[in-house]
Write a protein that binds this ligand. Structure first.
Ligand code: FAD
Ligand code: NAG
Ligand code: NAG
Ligand code: NAG
Length: 505
């Protein structure tokens, strides 16, 4: 009896194994891929999401990418005398590995950001001035601020070091269901705590002097995020890492990464504006009633709609920037009301009146970037010479006299203000932005999962807004969508990943 039962079991097992060798092992794990995915927004977030989704779901899924403006979004160029210059996101850190990878995979080239000398203006005088002699800079920094700049560098390095863990997690396909969980997996409570406190509090507690904070740190925050040291500590660290060496940009413009990813992902670009998203039950070709999302959009004055299995929103969700309404969700999808900082980029070709900043003779003035302190009362955040997106060498004065200067300001510059800065100028273009969140710790990050198969990428900007952050959010959202589609819960929100992956080699 026992023997017969045992034989039966073993022969059933044999049959199962035989059948399974025909491929049921694979399909037991994987459900059929979705038919259609929509991504809203063709900035670096949306286009890299398309790229990663294609990698995960394979060639058969149809990916539609909606864009109401230009592909690239906040990566865009402006033209001065036939040359293009970065108007939005401009520099990339040497350790931004996703951006680096895209450039390599797409066969694009890079340009090293030219150094040039930097000075800091406080409304009356230059409180700090770099010298072209490295050793002189070191002595100046130590003379003025003790060893604070070295300590600052180490503080940023330590955060960057932990931050880099994300690449390991993502290369092993791990995903996170919230921005907080993602950050916690990288730097534990220390990282989450950084979102709760201002950079000023954090650095004061770490013992940095008022002088160093006001004359070096605050000006870096102003040029990178148009805000004071009251931003959260995490974005503060990201901003300070922008003072590292080795920064680069994409030859031809950073936006080329977006159009490249769009093409490489074989997605379908729909030049329209999404207005509404609503969940509806549809009968698919398989005959089964299936829950899908209806995306209602406008092309010109015409309203159209399409149905999708999965939707990714890759643009900040607020009335001013995306104006998307989620219809009839229960519970309703929260409106985030994230307030974005207004920043104006102005490019001017002309001759700077350097006596505004320094009593030195015009021809002795050799600074190419001037940052400002918070109390400078000046109408600009920063001003600096820029190279065009094709210039490999240091910026050259254009044919006649004058470099192209890039100015960041809170408001659009008036003609009087421009004339105050320049002895003469012959060209000016401006681009106003809702640039990045207005940071106000404690930050509460928006959800990534808005609904069952509806995901939001730009919540990550609550921690820090940067190209690489959008790419990381895109990779995460693609992995999350894939694992949730296939029920791979073990790949989501794993704790102690760092320890786990350390031993698993
Ligand atoms: C002036 C400035 C300087 C910066 N400097 C740097 C820098 O040096 N380094 C760095 O790493 N980062 C920098 N950043 C930040 C960086 O540019 C952004 O974090 C990043 O580009 C955001 O990309 P995204 O794809 O998430 O969003 P976006 O680029 O904003 O893309 C969203 C897209 O969605 C589209 N869209 C919105 N609503 C709809 C709708 N309803 N229907 C269809 N389409 C819609 C928009 O038109 C847009 O193209 C800077 C930003 C600015 C503005
Ligand atoms: C951050 O503040 C929030 C409240 O805003 C709190 O719930 C959370 O526990 C805090 N986190 C840390 C790590 O301090
Ligand atoms: C948002 O879209 C609605 C239509 O859906 C429109 O009536 C409204 O004016 C838009 N708001 C903004 C700020 O663009
Ligand atoms: C340059 O700026 C200084 C200081 O603001 C001002 O006194 C001077 O008149 C300016 N020069 C010209 C030519 O506008």
């Amino acid at each position: 009896m026992g023997l017969v039962a045992g034989e039966l079991v073993s022969s059933l097992l044999g049959l199962w194994l035989l059948l399974c060798s025909w491929g049921c092992l694979g399909s037991a794990e994987l459900r059929a891929p979705p038919d259609k995915i929509a991504i809203i927004g063709a900035g670096i977030g949306g286009t890299s999401a398309a790229y990663y989704l294609r990698q995960k779901f394979g060639k058969d899924v149809k990916i539609d990418l909606f864009e109401r403006g230009e592909v690239g979004g906040r990566l865009a160029t402006m033209t001065v005398r036939g040359q293009e210059y970065e108007a939005g996101g401009s520099v990339i850190h040497p350790l931004n590995l996703h951006m680096k990878r895209f450039v390599k995979d797409l066969g694009l080239s890079t340009i090293q950001s030219s150094g040039g000398l930097m000075g800091v203006y406080n409304g009356e005088t230059l409180v700090f001035e770099e010298s072209s002699w490295f050793i002189v800079n070191m002595i100046k920094l130590i003379w003025q601020y003790g060893f604070q700049s070295l300590r600052m560098h180490m503080w940023v390095e330590d955060i960057l070091d932990k931050f880099m863990r994300i690449y390991r997690y993502q290369s092993h396909d791990y995903a996170f269901s919230s921005v907080e969980k993602l950050l916690h997996s990288l730097g534990g409570d220390e990282f989450l705590g950084m979102l709760n406190r201002t950079l000023l509090e954090t650095l004061q507690k770490a013992g940095f002097s008022e002088k160093f904070l006001n004359e070096i740190v605050a000006p870096v925050m102003r040029v990178n995020y148009g805000q004071s040291m009251n931003i959260n500590g995490f974005v503060g660290a990201v901003s300070l890492s922008g003072a590292d060496s080795g920064l680069w940009a994409v030859e031809g413009g950073n936006k080329l990464v977006c159009s490249g990813l769009l093409q490489a992902s074989k997605s379908n670009l729909i030049s329209g504006s999404v207005m509404y998203i609503e969940e509806k039950t549809r009968t698919k070709h398989t005959g089964n009633p299936t829950k899908m999302y209806e995306v209602i959009y406008q092309i010109g004055s015409e309203t159209r709609s399409d149905f999708y299995d999965i939707v990714l929103v890759a643009t900040p969700l607020n009335r001013k920037m995306s104006n998307i309404t989620f219809l009839n969700f229960d519970p309703p999808i929260e409106e985030f009301h994230q307030y974005y900082q207004h920043i104006v980029t102005t490019l001017i070709k002309g001759q700077l009146n350097s006596t505004l900043f320094s009593s030195r003779a015009l021809d002795k003035f050799d600074l190419s970037t001037i940052l400002t302190t918070d109390n400078s009362d000046l109408f600009i955040n920063s001003i600096g010479i820029v190279s065009s997106v094709t210039e490999k060498d240091n910026p050259q004065p254009l044919t006649d006299r004058g470099y192209v200067w890039k100015i960041f300001s809170q408001e659009i510059l008036t003609k009087e203000q421009i004339l105050k800065l320049f002895l003469s100028y012959d060209y000016a273009v401006k681009q106003p932005w809702l640039a990045y969140p207005h940071y106000k710790p404690p930050e509460k990050c928006p959800s990534i999962i808005l609904h069952d198969r509806l995901y939001y990428l730009n919540g990550i900007e609550c921690a820090a807004s940067a190209m690489e952050m959008s790419a990381i959010a895109a990779h995460n959202a693609a992995l999350l969508a894939y694992h949730r589609w296939n029920g791979h819960t073990d790949m989501i929100d794993q704790e102690d990943l760092y320890e786990k992956l350390k031993t698993e080699l």
